[in-house]
Design a protein around this ligand. Structure first.
Ligand code: MLT
Length: 396
């Protein structure tokens, strides 16, 4: 009999959002007459913006004609998209990233999970707690040692470099689940730590488009020296409603080196090797859709959707204010991170919110120890559902 990957036995239960879905489906099945509103998983509800739809229709027409048909694309993505990313996401913010350092993918979830393929099993991985569960679970699956860096409410849930060494560090800003955004000084401290310990930072910037404060960095590469120590991940899921379409990208600077058997090796080359072996590229139609977000009208339309979701966030926070519930301040994230009322545990509060208010949220504990007693709601539902959910919540 074939052996299983034994590391899977070390995982703590089901994947968080699968467990949330299981519990809410069970409740819905038992209570078919109830209208359950989900402010749980961070899934968008607004349709793709017109500029994206138009570009995807046109790309579909390209695929219908022999002269403009596309088969397998480049593993790293088409130049038309890579150039827009390099120009508008980086050069426009004073960061020099070449198209050869960008790899288009099917999203940040896959990238942040798959990146472990280029790192040895012997690395120690540092993860700020609470965290997006993909970081921990994928490293446990690969048998790497995970060390958690606790973050606390009184420090705004901002992780600080510890006084011990590690090899790989996951940072997420704006943070999922807390919504905390790291400033340049805080990122600089991590870049300094990575340099000191020859570590690599895996910087998840999936929620970058939600940043409202112009003083805050959108990319870790806005910090001096970060190109030597950091890989960055971005996603079109929350930026432009691509959760169902799937598109994102990773930036792996040429300067970033890892320790090989016989000296230094390029992380960029290893990732190309990995992607060209295991991934056949993001579809042409999808990449044309993503490209449309970089046109002035596409950008404006996507930003309008983000403003809409942030208004939902403001509505949820107003509701929490009315109930005197403590939450993490700031408006640069689609998530509201708050303390469970009545001293309830996260899962007990999840059950209560589901059964009494018929509202689904995400228990903070699912993101780690430091999320115990905290809870996450999203601003991604539509306006009437958000208002209704928060009215039910206020009654509770
Ligand atoms: C979340 O709710 O944290 C996200 O939607 C999950 C994801 O992006 O995979």
């Amino acid at each position: 009999m074939a052996y299983s990957n034994r590391h899977y036995e070390e995982l703590k239960g089901a994947y968080l959002f699968a467990e949330v879905a299981r519990r809410s489906s069970e409740y819905k099945r038992a209570n078919p007459d109830k209208k359950v509103i989900s402010l749980g998983i961070g899934d968008v509800t607004l349709p793709l913006v017109p500029a994206v739809i138009e570009a995807m229709h046109k790309a579909t027409d390209d695929m219908a004609k022999k002269e403009t048909f596309y088969g397998y694309g480049p593993y790293e993505g088409y130049d038309f998209l890579l150039e827009k990313i390099a120009q508008q996401d980086y050069k426009a913010r004073g960061v020099d990233i070449s198209t050869k350092e960008i790899f288009v993918s099917d999203g940040a979830k896959s990238d942040t999970g798959n990146i472990g393929d280029i790192f040895g099993e012997e690395n120690t991985v540092l993860i700020a707690d609470p965290a997006y569960p993909v970081y921990i679970d994928t490293n446990v699956m690969s048998g790497r040692k995970v060390v958690l860096v606790p973050t606390k409410a009184d420090n705004g849930f901002i992780p600080e470099p510890p006084d011990f060494a590690s090899d790989i560090i996951y940072l997420c800003s704006p943070n999922n689940p807390t919504g905390a955004v790291m400033n340049k000084k805080q990122l600089l401290a991590w870049v300094g730590y990575a340099k000191k310990h020859h570590a690599v930072i895996l910087f998840d910037g999936a929620y970058e488009a939600f940043i409202q404060d112009s003083s805050l960095p959108h990319s870790i590469y806005e910090v001096e020296g970060a190109k030597e120590v950091a890989i960055e991940f971005r996603s079109f899921s929350k930026t432009a409603g691509f959760t169902g379409i799937r598109c994102g990208y990773a930036v792996i600077p040429k300067e970033l080196k890892l320790q090989g058997k016989n000296g230094e090796v390029s992380a960029n080359e290893l990732w190309f090797r990995r992607q060209s072996t295991k991934f056949n590229g993001t579809s042409y139609i999808t990449q044309r859709g993503a490209e449309a977000i970089y046109t002035p009208e596409g950008r404006a339309q996507a930003m309008q959707n983000i403003a809409f979701y942030l208004e939902n966030v403001a509505i949820i926070k107003k509701g929490l204010d009315a109930c005197g519930i403590e939450y993490l301040a700031g408006l640069s994230s689609p998530y509201v991170w708050f303390k469970c009322p009545g001293g309830l545990s996260s899962w007990d509060f999840f059950d209560k919110l589901l059964t009494v208010c018929n509202v689904v949220g995400t228990p903070g504990e699912g993101f780690g120890e430091c999320g115990k007693g905290w809870f996450r709601l999203t601003g991604f539902n539509d306006r009437s559902n958000t208002i209704e959910a928060i009215e039910r919540f206020k009654q509770l």
